[in-house]
Structure formats: structure tokens, C-alpha cells
Design a protein around this ligand. Structure first.
Ligand code: PMP
Length: 443
């Protein structure tokens, strides 16, 4: 009403204008809180051609990596519901240890060699074979071995994104990707997700207007919400990217971990024109310590990424690539994924059961049909950043939802990972967390 007075237009016009802005995802209305602009002021300035160039120093002053909230390192005594990692007891550590010993005693020269910059050829052959089960057809020549998919993302950003370039991301999304694109000074636009994944009608509007260079998506068991993008939306997304000639970055860390039916095949499996850069990290499902990820792309996009990899580190360590080779070339890899599906489904069910018994009213969650995480929504007035302080006093961590919002933060969500802790720890952790929630959220 104040705005309508100030602008001397009718209140109805103002409401209509807000609705238009919301349709284009330029503002978000949160009930009881108000309406918030989705593009940061500095970003708007950057999109205007006559304004001065992006000021790096200003932007980096308050640059704190969000990925640190996930607590990827082990903290003794802590019940880490924040870490979307897999319980070491479920990973093939002993097998890998024996293979590493064997490899080094048979061929110690590995220690005195670099890898090919693109990655060990045999590992690339094995991984291109592995990707066939997801209908991703790629040759060893189109694969790049990276230091985790985090490096894959970083190579993409430093190759294709500079200050002011537009990147579209789901909101919420993986904090480590926000860190990377923000670090490059990108203008980040966000698209909300529903139960079918990224809302492509909103994406279409944004793309028509702002011509992004990159659309970043986690279509399968999305991090943090666990949502699966439908096959139809995957096709539509590809169509949009084709129509505006932009790159889709498809981040796919754990499509193997499904609890029900198999998810739709990756967007990359339909990528006949080379718009998709596909990333698959092996940290989650196999060996985080080895820091191995695979990047698949084609044509000049691939060549430029290979050049970036060369500039970054001249190739990933040969030692860790060779360490994983015996496992990924044997049947063990497939059997291992089956084992993970069974074990993690039990843990997911346990957490869901505990939540439905002990969580206070007013808390809802998305049923994860795969992946490692559950996304909880609390009443809008609850700030999970504050709850985390309380949880930590009880030796429990979770990922506060605010870390996952690229632009407009929502503070009333949290991500719980059910994959890193064993069943006993999950029992204890979820019950304690529910006690905290019950005392903070009166019914
Ligand atoms: N993408 C997503 C969606 C992730 O969750 C993570 C790590 N949690 C990464 C990329 C980076 O993983 P890594 O570098 O270990 O492969």
C-alpha cells in the first residue's frame, strides 16, 4: 500500500506488478515475511551495460565458502547428519587397500610418473563402459578425469564464466556449486523446483530474457531436496538449452543409489548436439579420499576444458587413478552399488520412521526415493542456523538450508544425511534432534 502511495498508482496495479515479477522468478514472496528481490542489487547493476565493471575486491571481502557447512571431514564424537558422504563401513576400503599394495609392489614406478593430462587411459575406458548402463554414450576420448566433480565444476566455471555472466541454478542447490559460480562473479538467477524438478516454464522465461551461459542442474536425487526431474522436463530443458545455445551442466553424483525404480536416464543420454557437460564424482559412492571425478563433454567445449585441466594441475594423480582401476573394471563395482542401495534404504527408512514418531507437528519432508539426504521444512519463523548452534552443543550437525540458496535465503529448512552415520548413531542423532525441535517448536 505504501508503495502504491509513493508511486501514485493504484494498489491493484502494484499487486499485479508483484505477481508478474514473481512469475518471472525475480521476486519471492514468503508468507508472513514479505517479498524479496531474487537478483542481488549488485547483479542488477552488472546487467546494465553502462555501469562500471564488477568490483572483485568488494565481492570477495565477505566470501565465506558455504561448502564448509557440509563438514566433509570426520569429526570424532560428532553425529554428522550434515555430511552427504557414505559410512566408511559400507565402502570397499579393505579391497582398495589390498589392490593398492599389490599395485605398488608390482609397479613402484607409478610413483615416479605423471598421468596423462586427460586422465589414465584405462580408467577412461573403464568409465566410458560404466556410463553405458545409464545410456550415456561417450568414448574415452570425450572423458576427462578430474579431482572430484568439484574440480569439474570449477573448470567449467573458470572456462566459460566471467564477472556478470548469467548462470541459472535450481533454488535450493548444492552449496559448493554456489561457491564456485559466485567466486567467478557470475550473476546467478534461480529457478524453483517442484516434485518434477526444475520448473521449466520459469526457466524458459528467464532464458528468453537473460540468455544465460550455463544452466546448472542436479536432476537425479537433487542435492539437497532429493527430487527427481521427470523425463519430460529433462527433454524440455535440453530443448531450451538448444534454442538459446547455452551449456547444461548436469551434476550426477549418485544416480546409482535408488530405492524404488531406476530414475530416468541422465540428460546427457539425450544430448545429440553436445550441449551437456556431464559430471559424475566417485567420492560419494567409492572413495572420497581418492578425489576422482569424471567429466564428459564433446567438441570444442571438451577441448577447452582439457586445456583448463592442464593449466590447473597437469592431470590428476596417477596413484589415485590407478588405485580405483581394479575395482571399477571388475564386477565388484556393480555389486557394490547394489549393496549400497540395500543398506541406505534401511537407513532412510529408519530416519523416516524416527521422524514420523518424534518430530513435532508442523515439520514436513520430501520422501527421498534415492540419494543420501532428506530435506526438512520447518515453520517459516524457525531459523535453522540458530537450531544448529543448539544441535552442536549436543554433538549433532545438520546442513542449515540457508547454505543452499544462491540468492534469496530461506532459513527454515534443513538437510539431514542418512548415509554417513550407522544405524545406532542415526537412532541417537535423530532422537536428540527431535528433542531439540520439540523444545524449540511448541505444538
Ligand atoms: N556435486 C554435488 C551435488 C555434491 O553433493 C558434491 C559433494 N557433496 C560434489 C558435486 C562434489 O563432490 P566431489 O568433488 O567429491 O566429487
Amino acid at each position: 500500500r505504501e508503495l502504491s502511495k509513493e508511486l501514485e498508482v493504484s494498489f491493484v496495479t502494484v499487486v499485479k506488478a508483484y505477481k508478474e515479477l514473481e512469475k518471472e522468478n525475480l521476486v519471492t514472496s514468503i508468507q508472513g515475511k514479505g517479498t524479496f528481490v531474487n537478483i542481488e542489487e549488485s547483479d542488477i547493476r552488472k546487467t546494465e551495460k553502462d555501469e562500471p565493471a564488477f568490483d572483485w575486491q568488494l565481492s570477495l571481502q565477505d566470501y565465506v565458502p558455504r561448502a564448509q557447512f557440509s563438514r566433509f571431514h570426520h569429526v570424532p564424537g560428532e553425529i554428522q547428519l550434515s555430511s552427504s558422504m557414505i559410512d566408511p563401513g559400507l565402502l570397499p576400503n579393505r579391497y582398495l587397500e589390498q589392490e593398492i599394495h599389490k599395485m605398488l609392489s608390482e609397479n613402484p614406478r607409478i610413483l615416479s610418473q605423471y598421468s596423462e593430462i586427460q586422465g589414465d587411459y584405462k580408467l577412461r575406458v573403464a568409465m566410458s563402459q560404466y556410463l553405458k548402463q545409464f545410456e550415456v554414450s561417450t568414448t574415452p576420448d570425450n572423458l576427462l578425469i578430474t579431482n572430484g566433480s568439484q574440480q569439474g565444476l570449477d573448470l567449467v566455471a573458470r572456462t566459460f564464466i566471467g564477472p556478470g555472466d548469467v548462470v541459472v541454478m535450481e533454488s535450493p542447490t548444492y552449496p559448493g556449486a554456489i561457491d564456485i559460480f559466485r567466486g567467478r562473479g557470475a550473476t546467478i538467477l534461480t529457478v524453483p523446483i517442484d516434485k518434477e524438478g526444475m520448473k521449466v516454464d520459469i526457466l524458459q522465461n528467464l532464458c528468453d530474457k537473460y540468455k544465460p551461459k550455463i544452466i546448472y542442474t542436479i536432476p537425479t536425487f537433487h542435492n539437497p531436496t532429493g527430487t527427481v526431474m521427470s523425463h519430460k522436463r529433462r527433454r524440455q530443458l535440453l530443448e531450451i538449452a538448444k534454442s538459446i545455445q547455452c551449456i547444461i551442466v548436469e551434476d550426477d553424483p549418485w544416480c546409482e543409489i535408488y530405492f524404488d525404480k531406476k530414475p530416468p536416464t541422465p540428460i546427457k543420454s539425450m544430448d545429440y548436439y553436445g550441449h551437456v557437460i556431464y559430471l559424475k564424482g566417485l567420492s560419494k559412492t567409492l572413495a572420497p579420499s581418492c578425489r576422482i571425478g569424471i567429466l564428459s563433454a564433446s567438441g570444442s567445449i571438451f577441448n577447452r576444458l582439457l586445456a583448463a585441466k592442464s593449466n590447473a594441475d597437469l592431470g590428476s594423480p596417477l596413484l589415485t587413478q590407478k588405485s580405483l582401476l581394479p575395482f571399477v573394471t571388475s564386477k565388484k563395482m556393480i555389486e557394490h552399488m547394489k549393496k549400497l542401495r540395500t543398506a541406505l534404504k534401511v537407513r532412510r527408512d529408519l530416519v523416516l520412521d524416527l521422524l514420523s514418531h518424534y518430530a513435532p507437528e508442523g515439520i514436513s519432508w520430501i520422501l527421498p526415493i534415492g540419494g543420501l539426504n532428506i530435506w526438512l521444512s520447518l515453520p517459516t519463523w524457525v531459523d535453522t542456523n540458530q537450531l544448529l548452534i543448539e544441535a552442536k552443543k549436543n554433538n549433532i550437525t545438520f546442513l542449515p538450508g540457508s547454505a543452499c540458496y544462491p540468492v534469496v535465503q530461506e532459513n527454515h529448512h534443513m538437510r539431514l544425511s542418512f548415509s554417513y552415520m550407522n544405524e545406532q548413531q542415526l537412532q541417537q542423532g535423530i532422537r536428540t534432534l527431535c528433542n531439540i525441535l520439540n523444545s524449540e517448536i511448541p505444538s
